[in-house]
Design a protein around this ligand. Structure first.
Ligand code: KIV
Ligand code: ZN
Length: 523
């Protein structure tokens, strides 16, 4: 199926985790992190992935370009306001892809047109039509969005949708930008469009719902029942304010209630749990325990009556199985006596192909962990793999040695040997605790003025001997960077987290330098 011609029972899944989701994060993601998420979303089986807003920053441009170069099994899309410069940036970033989509948008509600854009509706309509025609010069896959469609007078909305399709839009998106509409109301908007726009059959009608009133998923499903055939959504529902429509929820609704709804998607449902975990970790956005489909309690039964029912017949209280979203049934504990083939077999059960990882590297890390920890569980194995994937060969800062001492006195001491590119430095510092001393020593060793604005340690994995995960946010020149570290020792995890964030800053500096050198050269 082409993404421009949704068959009647097929709903296109348009993932915007790396655009609408990413723009709401406290700290921006590095190119490497975005690529990791894009590859997971590709495995998940989405049809289209919107991966950034290329005109917004050199970093965004570069990540969109890298993702466009790498992703082969989903159409890659970039966002552009209804302006030629935005569309040029989008086309330039995406042209390395085999097939790509340009998504251009402009506001259509009275409040946005008058207060935000300070224009007349007819000016906005002309801008939209020009933008769609201009984008069509670069690709035959152009999506147009009527921002704040949920609050747009229906006559204006019909006029805009008809004009955009006539100008060449192959998908027209109807966003409930502020999450204001109710399901029957939103369904009415879509029904009206199908009844009143004469050329509506020449484009796919898409919906993009925000979750301010907790209705994003309900509104999206109501729209599908009225004929919409593309849903825009994000993994774990991350996004502006209360977030976007949650991908895993709409995907599981269409699978679980397929006979009633009569529609399907191309999603590989068994990839859901794994993708959710990856996005949550990289984005530093924990998933609430009672979140549908991917929350830690989504498949656990606590009350005695429910447990009794489950033991008698699982369908008494279970409408879908944890395995159907990729949560492994059995959790084996591995020890240092487990061989490579056992690790390979376990990884296969967890849904990883051999080509996803280097068994030698994973096995070496597994043995080191098993020596420290005794037993290694599924969560630990996945965490080790994640750690390996996080390590970028081109990291500028690398910890070579680390020593921290503290007792019951007033202060702790830390010494660090740190490689910064070709140079190595050794620094020592004291602090009012081991992490403070460590961070002071690292601060002395690097040439970056940063401030730690958030720091937390959590337990990752099963039981009291799980791994320690450190997450921090550091601020540099008004921008936030998230760092992540995972180790049996929380001090080591804390060092990894800070070094991870510092490497992201280093990459940001390098991209900015390249851009200013390019500008200087162009005169
Ligand atoms: O919420 C919104 O309206 C958007 C558009 C750019 C599609 O994100
Ligand atoms: Zn949005």
């Amino acid at each position: 199926m082409s993404t421009n011609q949704a068959s009647n029972d097929q709903v296109i899944i348009f993932d915007t985790t790396l655009r609408d989701g990413e723009q709401a994060l406290n700290a921006s993601l590095s190119v490497h992190e975005k690529l990791q998420i894009a590859q997971a979303i590709e495995r998940l089986g989405v049809d289209v992935m919107e991966v950034g807003f290329p005109v917004s920053s050199p970093g965004d441009f570069e990540s969109v370009q890298q993702i466009a170069r790498t992703i082969k099994n989903a159409r890659v899309c970039g966002l552009a306001r209804a302006m030629e410069a935005d569309i040029d940036a989008c086309a330039n970033a995406l042209k390395v892809a085999e097939q790509f989509r340009i998504h251009t948008f402009i506001s259509t509600s009275d409040v946005h047109v008058q207060q935000k854009l300070r224009k007349d509706f007819s000016d906005v309509e002309a801008m939209a039509i020009h933008a769609v025609k201009y984008a069509r010069k670069f690709t035959d896959d152009v999506e147009f969005s009527c921002e704040d469609a949920g609050r747009t007078p229906i006559d204006n909305l019909c006029r805009m949708v008809e004009g955009a399709i006539k100008a060449g839009a192959t998908t027209v998106n109807i966003p409930d930008t502020v999450g204001y509409t109710l399901p029957f109301e939103f369904q009415g908007i879509i029904t009206n469009l199908f009844n009143r726009v004469p050329n509506i059959d020449q484009a796919v009608i898409s919906v993009h719902c925000h979750n301010d009133l907790g209705l994003a998923v309900a509104n999206s499903m109501a729209a599908v029942q009225a004929g919409a055939r593309q849903i825009e959504c994000t993994v774990n529902g991350i996004g502006e304010r209360a977030g976007n429509c949650s991908l895993e929820e709409v995907a599981m609704i269409m699978k679980t209630r397929e006979s009633l709804l009569g529609v399907q998607t191309n999603i590989n449902h068994q990839e859901i749990a794994r993708t959710s975990k990856l996005v949550s970790t990289i984005c530093n956005m924990p998933v609430q325990l009672n979140k549908a489909i991917v929350g830690g309690n989504a498949f656990s039964h606590s009350s005695g009556i429910h447990q009794d029912g489950m033991l008698k017949a699982s369908n008494t209280y279970e409408i879908m199985t944890p395995e159907s979203v990729g949560i492994a049934k059995t959790k084996l504990n591995l020890t240092s006596r487990s061989g490579r083939h056992v690790i390979k077999h376990r990884m296969e059960n967890l849904g990883y192909q051999e080509s996803d990882y280097d068994i030698e590297q994973l096995y070496a890390d597994f043995l080191a962990l098993a020596d420290k920890k005794g037993q290694v569980f599924d969560d630990d194995l996945e965490a080790l793999l994640f750690n390996i994937q996080q390590q970028d060969q081109q990291d500028f800062y690398k910890v070579e040695k680390l020593n921290v001492q503290c007792g019951d006195g007033d202060f702790a001491t830390a010494s660090i040997k740190l490689a910064s590119g070709e140079n190595t430095s050794i620094e020592s510092a004291t602090g009012n605790g081991p992490v403070d001393a460590l961070y002071q020593a690292i601060k002395q060793a690097v040439d970056v003025e940063f401030e730690v604005t958030d720091y937390k340690i959590s337990n990752k994995g099963s039981g009291e001997d799980g791994l320690g995960q450190a997450d921090l946010v550091i601020t540099w020149q008004g921008r936030n960077f998230h760092g992540y570290g995972l180790a049996t020792d929380v001090i080591e995890a804390s060092a990894q987290a800070l070094i991870h964030a510092l490497n992201s800053i280093h990459r940001a500096i390098t991209i900015a330098d390249i851009k200013s050198a390019r500008q200087e050269k162009q005169g």
